[in-house]
Design a protein around this ligand. Structure first.
Ligand SMILES: [Zn+2]
Length: 212
């Protein structure tokens, strides 16, 4: 079991995946994009509602390094005024500045504005030549990019722009289960009622039991 804070500062527990054990055992550095389930649902809903057209957004990122894992956590998402088509989306004139002004006016810094995402409508997810150019034109030290589509496919990458350009570091995407959703569902009750802890030494070696 692993614990970390969600975007709203609440403790959220997620089960360690087999992949996490693999990395822990092999001590391999890995990079993750962590998105709160509520924000994830919001982006996916926008992608569905905009389809067949594309849609884009930007967001704030908090970077966190824990042992073998470098995590990029999405804190907040903004949807600018924009022009969209089935194979194209772009900020409307002045739209990016509007968002930056809003952030400054509420007293926050824009330096965490390192997340960019867009939908490919009903198309597949990949980084197009235009997407690559957009990444190259970013003026932040690093940028996290995600492409989604109306079918809930997703792909994410990290590009470091300063001090040395490092292209296209693949990011695992982890949707962080929001604590409020955990409370709404019956899973807490099911764990209490149905899962009985077997003490060490009392565990059966049963070839039919799941031991993964
Ligand atoms: Zn694209």
């Amino acid at each position: 079991m692993m614990k970390f804070l969600s975007t709203k500062g609440k403790a959220v527990a997620i089960m360690a995946t087999n992949n996490e054990y693999y990395h822990a055992v092999n001590h391999k550095q890995r990079y993750r994009l962590i998105v709160d389930s509520e924000l994830w649902g919001y982006m996916m809903a926008l992608a569905s509602l905009s389809a067949p057209n594309e849609v884009l957004g930007i967001g704030m990122i908090t970077k966190r390094c824990v042992g073998y894992s470098t995590d990029f956590i999405v804190d907040e998402i903004f949807v600018p005024r924009q022009e969209v088509a089935a194979n194209y989306c772009s900020f409307a004139e002045g739209a990016q500045n509007e968002i930056m002004n809003d952030i400054l006016e509420r007293g926050d810094s824009t330096e965490k504005l390192c997340f960019r995402w867009h939908s490919h409508g009903n198309g597949s997810v990949f980084f197009s030549t235009i997407d690559e150019k957009d990444i190259d034109n970013c003026d932040s030290p690093y940028v996290v990019n995600m492409v989604v589509n109306a079918y809930r496919d997703s792909i994410a990458r990290l590009d470091i722009l300063e001090p040395v350009r490092v292209r296209n570091i693949p990011l695992e995407i982890l949707v962080d289960i929001n604590e409020e959703i955990l409370e709404r569902t019956k899973c807490i009750r099911e764990i209490k009622e149905k899962c009985k802890m077997v003490p060490l030494g009392m565990q059966k070696v049963d070839p039919s039991a799941w031991r993964g």
